[in-house]
Design a protein around this ligand. Structure first.
Ligand code: 5RP
Length: 220
């Protein structure tokens, strides 16, 4: 999709020589990572912190050296995609199942930049089912507790049973009606025993790169 390439590649303008960069997961930030790989061949020097095993492999292929939190105190900029973005720049993330590492790495960054094709821009969050990472133990009970908050839920499945995140956990996809108060919902979900993290990213994004109706790049 050309929109993903345009916004993904635009994000490299936020990266300067010597930075430690959080590398998101998904088909939009893929273009950011590919472009960073190309710029490194032309002399840019950065280090990356990957948000998933998939991104770790891509960064290795692109020649981006990787570091862990044992070696660094902070991340300069994290760039990542989103499944939905509302006008306050609250996000739903985790369509690719990487939400836990994504949230840790976004929080650790001085600046968190989101790359989102125009289809991701919504008036209210919630048309996209909210991914929630849960521990496998007691998943049926955790699922019931999430439903009590008003969601229809599905335990995400893969080819041979439940989908497993890079952390060995399950993902419950929770379809809420319009999410009018994402801050409260984020907190309520994380108070349920068994929930590790949910895909609401509130008051985290510093900027969102997208396209307007005339297909021009805009930074919100
Ligand atoms: C992965 C994510 C992705 O950033 C999100 O699903 C958007 O993906 P894409 O850029 O492929 O549309 O949160 O966990």
């Amino acid at each position: 999709m050309i929109e993903k390439k345009i916004v993904g590649e635009k994000a490299v303008e936020f990266i300067k020589d010597g930075m430690t960069v959080g590398l998101g997961t998904g088909s939009t930030v893929y273009y950011t990572i590919m472009k960073l790989g190309q710029l490194m061949k032309e002399g840019l020097s950065i280090k990356g912190v990957p948000t998933s095993i998939q991104t770790e492999q891509l960064a290795n292929e692109c020649g981006i050296p990787l570091v862990t939190f044992k070696e660094i105190n902070h991340i300069d900029v994290t760039i990542d995609g989103a499944d939905e973005v509302d006008p306050q720049l609250s996000l739903i993330k985790g369509g690719g199942g990487a939400l836990l590492r994504e949230k840790i790495i976004a929080r650790a960054a001085k600046s968190f930049i989101v790359v989102a094709d125009p289809a991701k821009m919504v008036d209210y969050l919630g048309a996209f089912p909210l991914p929630i990472e849960v521990v496998p133990f007691g998943v049926e009970m955790t699922n019931k507790q999430i439903r009590l908050l008003g969601a229809e839920t599905k335990i995400r499945s893969a080819n041979n049973g439940p989908y497993k995140s890079d952390n060995g956990n399950y993902i419950i996809d929770a379809k809420f009606p319009n999410i009018l108060d994402p801050v409260t919902l984020e907190q309520k979900l994380n108070m349920i025993p068994g929930v590790v993290e949910n895909g609401l990213f509130n008051q985290m994004a510093d900027a969102v790169i997208t396209l307007n109706a005339d297909k021009q790049i805009v930074v919100k």
